[in-house]
Design a protein around this ligand. Structure first.
Ligand code: SAM
Length: 282
């Protein structure tokens, strides 16, 4: 889709439009242009999007969309795109990123509908760039599961990845998540980025235990991105591998102890296993 004069009708198709995550000043010029000229806006919640459009002085037909809608609804929306310009927005930020839209984009592309992206705010990227954690490699994993076992499984699975881990989180669950992170990744640098782009924007770093203590005393309000620095970023002087191994060996066999300490520190698992065997023999 090429650049078009301001009053021209938009080419039919699907326009994925990012919207602000708090500060309405973050709407892009292109987003305003496409929202003004599209035929239909597909959105998560018509009240939320209606409010944004009113703020922008735009009036458009709104159509509720979520990925769990019946296949028929999606097919109808895709049919609309053959003759009309449909803008897809979510309540805030970039559609599809922990928000509806994946199936719509997938099916629109399969139907050879023109699809284009209007990039803009995304809380995961905003949190990552603000956190001061390494960003050359990162892994975004949406929301951590609510249940203890499932959350622990995800942390175990991702704990060894050599990248900063980025999660969405809610205030009521933050302390529990930090406690779970502290169990296997006690030395890693953690950041909690809150209320990004809003009046009370805040970004606090520390170990999981330090942050759990802080937020237990000051229950966090608002929206949160939770980040875990990569294993190799653990300060070398903070790692006493023998102490960590001894602690782990009190509760588990050497192979598991080596795995646990490897995830927490980023040290080589095989060397840790060899050392765990020596310590056990002492
Ligand atoms: N698609 C959105 C995006 O691009 O950021 C994310 C949608 S997801 C349903 C909503 C979650 O994003 C919130 O629960 C919170 O974890 C995070 N989030 C959204 N806005 C935020 C903000 N201003 N500050 C911190 N986190 C935010």
């Amino acid at each position: 889709m090429e650049h078009e004069p301001p009053d021209a009708k938009l080419t039919p198709g699907l326009y994925i439009v990012a919207t602000p995550i708090g500060n309405l000043g973050d709407i892009t010029l292109r987003a305003v242009d496409v929202l003004s000229r599209c035929d239909v806006v597909a959105c998560e919640d018509t009240r939320v999007t209606g409010k944004l459009l009113r703020h922008l002085g735009i009036s458009k037909p709104l159509r509720r969309y979520d990925d769990h809608a019946a296949d028929n609804d999606r097919t109808r929306l895709i049919d609309t795109m053959r003759a009309r310009a449909v803008a897809l927005v979510s309540d805030a930020g970039t559609p599809l990123i922990s928000d509806p839209g994946y199936r719509l984009v997938r099916d629109a592309r399969a139907a050879e509908i023109p699809v284009t992206i209007l990039p803009g705010p995304c809380a995961a990227i905003a949190g990552l760039t603000l956190s001061g954690l390494p960003n050359d490699r990162f892994l975004f994993a949406g929301f951590l599961p609510n249940r203890d076992k499932a959350r622990g499984d995800v942390l175990d699975e991702l704990g060894g990845v050599q990248a900063t881990l980025v999660f969405y989180e809610t205030g009521p669950r933050l302390v529990k998540s930090l406690a779970a992170i502290g169990e296997t990744m006690s030395r890693r640098r953690i950041a909690v980025a809150r209320e990004l782009t809003k009046l009370h924007e805040d970004c606090r770093s520390g170990t999981a235990a330090e942050l759990a203590e802080h937020y237990a005393a000051h229950p966090p309000k608002g929206e949160i991105v939770l980040l875990i620095g990569p294993p190799e970023d653990v300060p070398a002087d903070a790692v006493d591998a023998d102490a960590l191994l001894r602690e782990a060996l009190a509760e588990m066999k050497p192979s598991h102890a080596a795995g646990k300490v490897a995830r927490a520190t980023g040290l080589d698992r095989r060397k840790l296993y060899a050392r765990a065997m020596e310590l056990r023999a002492e």
